[in-house]
Design a protein around this ligand. Structure first.
Ligand SMILES: [Fe+2]
Length: 177
């Protein structure tokens, strides 16, 4: 790949990366939903799958707005997050599985929040106001998906997995040792 020498090229590179990240999630989320035993968690993951489909089309609109064809670039970050999540899913069973699904989904959300925060700010800086607005819409959806997952963990999934009560420390409540 040619060296990136300006912010517009860096922006396009990040767009292609997150476009690939979203496409990977489209494939991974159904497995997470299917593995969830808590009905609310399953619904939350399914809802986010529908949102993700919309986020993919929003990215395609962004490419169009900046005069580029939608293209992906391998997103090794999301591939790693999905692979780790899938290993954890295979290793766990019973009530702790739902807590592990939340942990894995939140890693993906945080990756996306970082990426969308960057591309939204860069789009704004480059004068792509409409593109920036679309990217911020997705950023808000990712943040709210993340909050929903935290809410479900604290509302009982961690406790069901044998973790401490919701008022105890967040790190232990996330089910990690
Ligand atoms: Fe997303």
């Amino acid at each position: 790949m040619a060296a990136i020498t300006n912010l517009r090229e860096a922006f396009l590179d990040e767009l292609r990366d997150i476009y690939h990240a979203e496409k990977q999630l489209l494939k991974a989320l159904p497995k997470l939903a299917k593995s969830a035993s808590d009905a609310e968690l399953r619904t939350a993951v399914d809802d986010h799958l529908a949102e993700t489909e919309n986020q993919v089309s929003r990215l395609e609109q962004v490419f169009e707005l900046v005069g580029e064809k939608p293209e992906t670039k391998t997103c090794a970050g999301m591939a790693g997050i999905i692979e780790e999540g899938s290993d954890a899913l295979d290793a766990e069973s019973g009530p702790v599985l739902d807590a592990v699904i939340i942990a894995s989904a939140q890693r993906a959300e945080h990756y996306e929040i970082a990426a969308y925060g960057t591309v939204a700010a860069w789009a704004e800086g480059l004068g792509y106001t409409d593109a920036a607005e679309l990217l911020r819409e997705t950023l808000d959806e990712e943040k709210s998906a993340d909050e929903t997952l935290t809410g479900l963990a604290e509302a009982g999934i961690n406790a069901a997995a044998g973790g401490p009560a919701p008022t105890a420390g967040r790190a232990r409540a996330a089910g990690r040792s």
